[in-house]
Ligand binder design. Structure first.
Ligand code: DGL
Length: 280
């Protein structure tokens, strides 16, 4: 693989700003990589939409990233991964990495009781992508480790994270209500199956501790996916050797609220955010 091939950017796609939690982990894991982020903020949220709509939006929006000559596409959205990963792999001629499989692998490494909870958007839960991925990997990994997997759709956690209400009594009450919908079993692992949920990690950890009377491991898309992207680029000899890197942020709708939210999700203020028009 030539140097110019390795110096092409990584494309990161999300329905909005939630994927910035994945982008943040990517920047930490792969500081030499140029990254172009595209948030489809004009059509967010994807979480309650039909699978066919999410597929159409995802193919359409990622076309903008392909125009940037990306060397790999990271689908930094659980709902888009759930509904559109296969279609995106068929459509684009670059490695396409979703957020579900990396987390599913980690579940099998950490669970001891084999009782796993999955929190996600309605679309992600309805797709069954996490239970399917976890059980598929479990079948191929020697003695089975998984006893039970239970899922809860948590649609109110997205607006809470976006409004910055990640801690406090309202967030705790909503989290407690959702976790009460899981059966009384010995859960030791919870998948945060939505890119917004890492912002509520402290609240969810505290509520889970109370609910299950034990420390529960919370796994999110960010670090697991960044490690998977690293491994994919390494295996294809596509890791950049550059000394400096650039990060570009594209949004299909640019409002002051999104710029403010982006700071919360990315940890620091993205240097510039550019509006891109996408037409279907
Ligand atoms: N980024 C989405 C996900 O991870 C959540 C926001 C949305 O509903 O679009 O599922």
């Amino acid at each position: 693989m030539g140097a110019s091939e390795r110096d092409r950017p990584i494309g990161v796609f999300d329905s909005g700003v939630g994927g910035l939690t994945v982008m943040r982990a990517l920047v930490e894991t792969l500081p030499a990589e140029d990254i172009v982020y595209l948030g489809d903020t004009a059509r967010v949220p994807y979480g309650n939409r039909a699978a066919s709509t999410v597929r159409r939006y995802a193919v359409n929006a990622t076309g903008t990233l392909m125009e940037k000559d990306i060397k790999a596409l990271v689908v930094a959205c659980n709902t888009a991964t759930a509904h559109a990963l296969g279609t995106l792999k068929e459509t684009w001629d670059v490695p396409v990495i979703g957020v579900v499989e990396p987390v599913a692998k980690r579940v099998l490494e950490v669970t001891k009781t084999g009782i796993v909870g999955v929190l996600g958007t309605r679309g992600t839960v309805r797709s069954d992508c996490y239970p399917e991925a976890i059980r598929r990997l479990d079948r191929h990994g020697g003695a089975p480790r998984i006893e039970e997997i239970h899922q809860v759709a948590c649609p109110l956690l997205v607006p809470l994270a976006e409004e910055g209400w990640s801690t406090g009594s309202v967030a705790e009450e909503v989290a407690a209500e959702y976790l009460s919908r899981l059966p009384d079993l010995d859960f030791d692992t919870l998948v945060l199956g939505c890119t917004h949920y890492p912002l509520l990690r402290d609240t969810l950890a505290a509520v889970a501790r109370r609910r299950f009377g034990r420390e529960v491991t919370l796994l999110d898309s960010a670090t697991c996916t960044a490690d998977e992207v690293e491994a994919t680029l390494r295996s294809r000899n596509l890791l950049s050797g550059a000394e400096e890197s650039e990060h570009e942020f594209l949004l299909t709708d640019l409002s002051p609220a999104f710029v403010e939210m982006a700071e919360r999700f990315f940890g620091t203020s993205p240097r510039s955010m550019t509006h891109v028009d996408i037409t279907e």
